[in-house]
Design a protein around this ligand. Structure first.
Ligand SMILES: Cc1ncc(COP(=O)(O)O)c(C=O)c1O
Length: 384
């Protein structure tokens, strides 16, 4: 099987991740009920992971790094736990449904206004509109760092520089970028960053988290409360971080996988991973760009170092291509709108990219020969 759907979730995981989890399952350390039982080994692993990930994003206070089940949970807490003041949120058309649906939910039946910043045909947001939008009061400015549709990367340091002059919080959805692009909390003036573990941090699914600034924490309520292992005699959730947002038994295996996934990324280096993925994408681009039946999404982003090869094929539905690749060639890719519905109005959806796109996403473990097999399969399907 050739797996080319790494933007959804990375496969395979690095050997150190697999080994750590297998070993933990076989030993008493893998029993999550011991997590806060005073067993120093378990507690150490949680705090070591918190330290490592905080350091990875240049977060000075590691307790401001909170573990959740992933970006969706982090973003729900952000959007639904907030005490809105100005009742206005600025976001972009590149957002994932993990941002959009919680936003629509808080907007429903309330006076909250949503303002969307458009993007160009490659998925880069419009800075002129951004400058106008931030000049009116807002609570949140939420932006998807890396598009899971075109692969475009927004300049978060420049945006953070603009947003910090206004009285609103700067939020980043780093689901696609954590582990794939370097992120420096200090340099980007970020108040909240949502990340997921099962993509470019090479952990398992069901683990992720967020960073929250001290300022934002003052007006951001937890969505769930419960046991924390500390202050058991009190009726209310402990106010101090990370306990304020971390009620219930943690995903011990997930956190362990994240620790080793981040170690893998650090050891390999983000630059080397990025370079490899772009080299794989370039193989597809160079092989298929001159075939007249094939429409490639955002070639500019690919040329700039992007790690997504998205396309569709004249006279075929995207679903048919995905089905044939799977059934006849054992190649896994993904088709559709990739949970980012608004963006398709801006990248030419009405013209050639109807029914979304076919998305091909390699990882650090994808080989040249796998990419060549994919290109061969597409040429076969198209009849070349
Ligand atoms: C841009 C973006 N945001 C949010 C998510 C949701 O992440 P999670 O799987 O951790 O809930 C994804 C995952 O597909 C994503 O690509």
């Amino acid at each position: 099987m050739i797996y080319l759907n790494n933007s959804a979730t990375t496969y395979p995981k690095p050997p150190e991740v697999i080994n750590a989890i297998s070993n933990a399952f076989l030993s008493y350390e893998g029993d999550s009920s011991r997590l806060f039982s005073g067993d120093s080994i378990d507690n150490d692993i949680i705090s070591l992971a918190r330290k490592k990930i905080a350091n990875f994003f240049n977060i000075k206070k590691e307790n401001n790094l909170i573990f959740t089940s992933g970006s969706t949970e982090s973003l729900n807490l952000l959007i639904r736990g907030f005490e809105y003041q100005h009742r206005r949120i600025i976001t972009t058309v590149t957002e994932h449904n993990s941002v959009l649906r919680p936003l629509y939910r808080v907007q429903k039946g309330s006076s909250i206004e949503l303002s969307f910043i458009p993007c160009d045909g490659d998925g880069y947001i419009d800075f002129d509109v951004l400058s106008k939008e931030v000049s009116k009061p807002f609570d949140y400015f939420i932006i998807n760092h890396a598009s899971n549709v075109t692969g475009s990367i927004q300049n978060i340091e420049k945006i953070g520089e603009i947003v910090k002059h206004y009285n609103g919080f700067f939020i980043i959805d780093a689901s696609q970028s954590a582990g794939a692009e370097s992120i420096d909390i200090e340099k980007s003036n970020v108040d909240f960053i949502a990340f997921t573990g099962h993509k470019s941090l090479y952990g398992v699914s069901g683990i992720g988290g967020f960073y929250v600034s001290d300022e934002l924490k003052k007006v951001l309520n937890p969505l769930k409360v419960g046991g924390t292992g500390v202050r058991s005699l009190e009726k209310t959730q402990p106010q101090e971080l990370p306990f304020y947002y971390e009620a219930g038994t943690k995903n011990y295996m997930g956190i362990l996988s994240l620790y080793h996934g981040v170690s893998f990324v650090e050891k390999t280096s983000i630059e080397a991973i990025k370079k490899h993925k772009n080299r794989m994408v370039q193989i597809a681009f160079n092989n298929l760009k001159n075939i007249k039946e094939i429409n490639i999404v955002s070639p500019n982003v690919i040329q700039k170092g992007g790690s997504i090869f998205a396309f569709n094929v004249n006279n075929f539905t995207n679903e048919d291509i995905v089905y044939i690749l799977k059934e006849s060639f054992d190649i896994i890719v993904r088709s559709g709108y990739h949970c980012a519905p608004l963006m398709f109005d801006y990248i030419g959806y009405d013209k050639i990219f109807s029914r979304g796109t076919i998305r091909v996403t390699p990882s650090y473990f994808t080989t040249e020969s796998e990419m060549e097999s994919f290109c061969f399969a597409i040429k076969e399907i198209v009849g070349i």
